[in-house]
Design a protein around this ligand. Structure first.
Ligand SMILES: Nc1ncnc2c1ncn2[C@@H]1O[C@H](COP(=O)(O)OP(=O)(O)OP(=O)(O)O)[C@@H](O)[C@H]1O
Length: 264
């Protein structure tokens, strides 16, 4: 059963067993007002269904990370309904947050370990995830021996061990160079098609948003509200060449325009 809280009462993501419903995240009229009076989000309605990869773009400080933090349960919305209908959530931050004294393998096993999985199951899951993200051969390396892109791969692998149904990404590739970023975009799309999780992704790059997503959400400046939504029609799997197609460029232009219009 899926439960949710209603308006006026403070909302909190409600984790339940995987439901029959196709909707994994359902935000209705969500507001976030911090104790210091800052209103980060106002009247946010957002759903993420199975099979969807939804990306949020918006000006700096408009509340994108706050939105993700509410979805993950790290933050509690001050008003509205914030329902998350799965307890299998992956979360990848801009920083890879690897433990420096643990090898890649031991870092990737961490979440499974904290979730009480047996040692043998952890090893199998971790190896599978390491293979999936293309880090085979680096199992025994320490984080300081990895490039920025490899660290993000390890971070992705760590979440994959939990077989997330809903994957939250807070600008994971923002600090990477363009080529590494594009390569990781392709890897992520491949994983999305193969593992069939739903995605909620934050980025400052409009072309990354259009390339990765089935839907792009544009937020206004603070307090963040949704000012526009774009369905992305290109079928999955996508090849990197679509970035050079006219239709792709046109959509990037439209999203960029909405982003500029949404600035306060
Ligand atoms: N704990 C907090 N207490 C008070 N204000 C906060 C808190 N956390 C965030 N804020 C404020 O809420 C607003 C939204 O912050 P948030 O990090 O969600 O924005 P963002 O859109 O992710 O920004 P960026 O794109 O720069 O990462 C900002 O003005 C920020 O200063």
């Amino acid at each position: 059963m899926t439960s949710s809280m209603t308006t006026t009462a403070p909302a909190n993501p409600t984790s339940t067993s995987p439901a029959r419903s196709d909707t994994l995240l359902d935000f209705s009229d969500v507001e976030m007002k911090f104790p210091n009076g800052t209103v980060a989000l106002h009247g946010v309605d957002l759903t993420v269904n199975r099979g969807e990869f939804v990306t949020v773009v918006g000006p700096s400080g408009c509340g994108k990370s706050t939105l993700l933090r509410i979805a993950s349960g790290l933050e509690r919305a001050s008003q509205g309904t914030a329902a998350v209908k799965t307890d299998r959530i992956g979360y990848v931050f801009q920083d890879a947050t690897l433990l420096p004294w643990r090898t890649v393998e031991a870092n990737v096993e961490l979440l499974a370990e904290l979730n009480g999985r047996s040692a043998s199951e952890r090893t199998v899951k971790a190896q599978e995830a390491i293979d999936l993200v293309g880090l085979s051969g680096f199992e025994k390396n320490l984080p300081k021996e990895l490039s920025g892109g490899m660290k993000m791969r390890a971070s992705l692998a760590r979440s994959l061990t939990l077989d997330p149904e809903l994957f939250l990404f807070d600008e994971p590739f923002g600090a990477l160079d363009e080529i590494t970023r594009e390569r990781l975009n392709d890897e992520l799309l491949r994983l999305f098609v193969e593992k069939q999780f739903a995605g909620l992704f934050i980025t400052h790059s409009v072309s990354e948003a259009v390339y990765l997503s089935t839907r792009v959400i544009v937020m206004s400046g603070r307090p963040g509200t949704i000012v526009d939504t774009f369905d992305v029609p290109f079928p999955m799997p996508r090849s990197p060449e679509i970035r050079f197609e006219a239709e792709f460029g046109k959509l990037v232009g439209e999203v960029s325009h909405a982003l500029r219009e949404g600035h306060h």
